[in-house]
Ligand binder design. Structure first.
Ligand code: SAM
Length: 237
């Protein structure tokens, strides 16, 4: 298995692997009109912390999708142990295996940045109902960076692009979202430390090289603390 940042998150089974963690998720969702009939897609669900929270809190229909089978296996165990009827789906955000107009909400928590947004964002629009809402908690570039710095960030995180607020907005608009709001999230310095998560599901064998990935992540988050921000985008049609 390649020693990548995402494989590292999968092997350690880090829950709530997005800036702000479950606390931010709770706050973002609490502003929405979610009821028992709502259909929600947790795209790039990881180990399913958010999907489990939504299913339990709102009793609505939740679909948890990821393209990483280790993540999905760990998510499945979580849902089973909590006796939650979350639907698990393997697939890519770039080519969603759902019909048009399926969901009331799509939640993307530190996922879309890892994908080709020119494919992913139009897919979100396609599978959302006409009055549906996309909520995306994503990495936002706050300042300009040199080409070398940009490459270092792209290579380490395996992200396909590092967008600033305006570039994100342009992608959402191009995909047909007409109403776009962004809330900048103040990140506590420790938020980038994966070690502060208290939700792990470890794989049996983890090659020592993966521990170095955590260290490099921590190092880069200090070096690029002014560059790497986080925004909560709320997009509707
Ligand atoms: C940083 S983790 C966030 C996981 C989860 N949303 C959370 O907050 O804990 C990114 C997740 O996106 C998934 N992912 C990356 N590219 C994807 C794609 N093209 N389609 C579906 N999932 C993807 C990864 O496998 C991983 O689970």
């Amino acid at each position: 298995m390649e020693t990548t940042y995402l494989n590292c998150l999968a092997l350690f089974g880090v829950g709530g692997a997005h800036p702000g963690g479950l606390n931010l998720t709770r706050r973002v969702l609490s502003k929405e009109k979610i009821n028992g009939d709502s259909k929600i897609l947790d795209v790039g669900c990881g180990t399913g912390q958010t999907s489990a929270y939504i299913a339990k809190q709102y009793g609505c229909h939740v679909t948890a999708l990821d393209n990483n089978r280790i993540m999905l296996e760990k998510a499945g165990k979580r849902f089973q142990s909590m006796n939650l009827p979350v639907e698990i789906q393997h697939g890519s955000a770039e080519n969603l295996p759902f019909q048009n107009d399926t969901f009331d909400f799509i939640l993307s928590e530190s996922v879309t940045a890892f994908t080709d947004v020119t494919k992913t964002v139009p897919e979100y629009n396609r599978v959302l109902k006409a009055n549906g809402v996309l909520l995306a908690i994503e990495m936002v570039r706050n300042t300009d960076v040199s080409e070398n710095q940009m490459q270092e960030i792209l290579d380490f995180y395996g992200v396909k692009q590092l967008l600033d607020e305006q570039e994100w907005r342009t992608h959402f608009e191009k995909a047909g979202f007409n109403h776009i709001e962004m809330e900048e999230v103040e990140l506590h310095p420790d938020i980038h430390k994966i070690e502060v998560s208290n939700d792990y599901s470890l794989s049996t064998h983890i090659d020592p090289s993966f521990y170095e990935v955590f260290e490099k992540h921590h190092h880069l988050s200090i070096v690029y603390k002014d560059v790497l921000g986080c925004g909560v985008f709320r997009c509707s049609i």
